[in-house]
Ligand binder design. Structure first.
Ligand SMILES: NC(=O)c1ccc[n+]([C@@H]2O[C@H](COP(=O)([O-])OP(=O)(O)OC[C@H]3O[C@@H](n4cnc5c(N)ncnc54)[C@H](O)[C@@H]3O)[C@@H](O)[C@H]2O)c1
Length: 443
């Protein structure tokens, strides 16, 4: 099947590459000429494990190509996916649909023969109908159907998630569109991946409801972590204790500095706006948004308190800047709240992230970008882990003690145990667990 993928970002590029790997002919389109140039030269514009090899294999096989000219990709395509960004609209938090609508207009101008236009971007309920109207108005002669196929992949595990999803959701209202989507996902269908067919509105809402639920789980355990700190309980054990209950489930119950990333913050906010607008407010999700925003702001205070109440004139090393490991994505990362607050409080901040440094350079000013974790920790008064990259899970604790001014670790991802820190003689603060006090071993 011939596919055009409009938008070659984290979702479009992975989806396009995976569809081509399923055997379809895919052209990925992006109006960002720089991205297309990079891809044509075999360079990935984003970091996603395994993506470079997947793209290279399928380009070599002649099934995957790139262009910045939408009109070259759409006319021959049987399915056109819209995978452009839907960021928060400045000022009011609604999803900014300008990229989706302008892509719809451009697609309309190039339609030729029956085409299924599929929104893969996360879009508020009602957007599919609007896309339908835009195309109908612009091209009354066109033969097309609009479908919704939200994407559930996670950055960092995107290829595996796309190829082995828990389910595929399709909002489509005519048989032909359903058949096209079924054919596209045929390899997964054969694997008996559940495929859920709904109307457009339901499919659009499933995506928001899913993200809001996961964000709620994270926020819930974060509040439990605060409570644990006050009463001497251990949030890791609480999480395990409730997560083993099959009705609750263990995933998304890790306490931390608050959720960030390119989806949860904007999607939870957009859901509350849509819900309010139609007179069915989602008060639980509103609380989740407020609690999470507050938490990200409070995390810098937690670090300051761990440093004895002041970081003025102190060196704080920050390990991890991206919102989670295995991605270079910095969108709404907790580090963007925490680092500037530490600077405001007078700290000199030295940072390291395995993949996020390029992106971080344009977002964080006045920090020292370091070569690696130990470079960042050199002569530091404290080190804080903001992202649980694997390489931070086995730091050389003896070396840390040697090179830091004072061995103080503030672990906002709970990747170390208290016992390890007691044994190593490192002052240790984490989330939702009792701290390990200093052992009088400062240099
Ligand atoms: N990133 C994720 O993990 C994830 C997961 C599931 C769903 N989503 C959703 O998928 C959508 C895309 O997210 P993303 O992270 O890939 O965004 P992104 O910002 O990484 O990529 C979007 C791309 O679309 C391009 N674009 C915009 N308008 C265009 C047009 N008219 N023609 C061609 N290209 C155009 C941009 O240049 C950009 O490269 C969003 O709605 C997001 O909420 C994202």
């Amino acid at each position: 099947m011939r596919v055009a993928m409009i938008g070659t970002g984290y979702v479009g590029l992975v989806s396009g590459a995976c569809f081509s790997d399923f055997g379809h002919d895919v052209i990925c389109v992006d109006k960002d000429r720089r991205k297309i140039d990079m891809l044509e030269n075999g360079v990935m514009p984003i970091f996603e494990p395994g993506l470079d090899a997947l793209v290279a294999d399928n380009v070599k096989a002649g099934r995957l190509s790139f262009t910045s000219d939408l009109s070259k990709a759409v006319p021959d395509a049987e399915a056109v996916f819209i995978a452009v960004g839907t960021p928060s609209r400045r000022g009011d938090g609604y999803a900014d649909l300008s990229f989706v609508f302008s892509a719809a207009e451009e697609i309309a101008d190039s339609l030729n023969g029956f085409t299924v236009i599929v929104t893969k971007s996360t879009v508020p309920v009602g957007t599919g109908r609007k896309v339908q109207d835009i195309i109908r108005r612009r091209r009354p002669d066109a033969r097309f159907s609009v479908a919704s196929n939200p994407e559930f992949l996670r950055e960092g595990a995107a290829i595996d998630d796309f190829k082995r999803p828990d389910r595929i959701v399709v909002g489509a209202e005519d048989e032909r569109a359903r058949q096209v989507l079924q054919e596209l996902y045929r390899p997964l269908f054969l694997n008996e991946t559940p495929m859920l067919f709904t109307n457009l509105e339901t499919s659009e809402l499933i995506k928001y409801a899913g993200n809001a639920f996961l964000a709620t789980k994270i926020t819930f355990i974060n509040e439990m972590a605060d409570l644990c700190e006050k009463v001497g309980a251990d949030v890791q054990a609480v999480s395990k204790g409730i997560g083993l209950d099959g009705r609750i489930g263990r995933k998304f119950l890790r306490a931390g500095p608050g959720y960030g990333g390119s989806c949860f913050p904007k999607d939870t906010l957009a859901l509350t706006r849509t819900a309010k607008e139609v007179g069915a407010p989602t008060r639980i999700v509103e609380a989740v948004v407020a609690v999470n925003d507050d938490r990200k702001k409070r995390m810098s205070r937690k670090i300051v308190e761990a440093c004895g109440g002041s970081v003025d004139g102190k060196i704080v090393a920050v390990l991890g800047l991206t919102f989670k490991p295995n991605t270079d994505d910095m969108r709404d990362s907790p580090s963007l709240d925490i680092v500037p607050e530490l600077q405001k409080a007078g700290a000199k901040v030295r940072v390291f992230d395995p993949e996020g440094m390029d992106e971080a350079r344009s977002l964080l000013k006045g920090v020292d970008f370091c070569q690696d974790a130990y470079d960042a920790m050199g002569n530091a008064d404290a080190v804080t882990i903001l992202t649980e990259w694997n390489e931070f899970r086995a730091l050389d604790l003896e070396r840390m003690k040697q090179i830091m001014k004072r061995p103080l670790l503030i672990d906002l991802r709970n990747i170390y145990t208290r016992e390890e820190m007691v044994a190593a003689g490192i002052e240790y603060h984490s989330v939702g667990r009792l701290p390990v006090p200093a052992r009088g071993n400062s240099r």
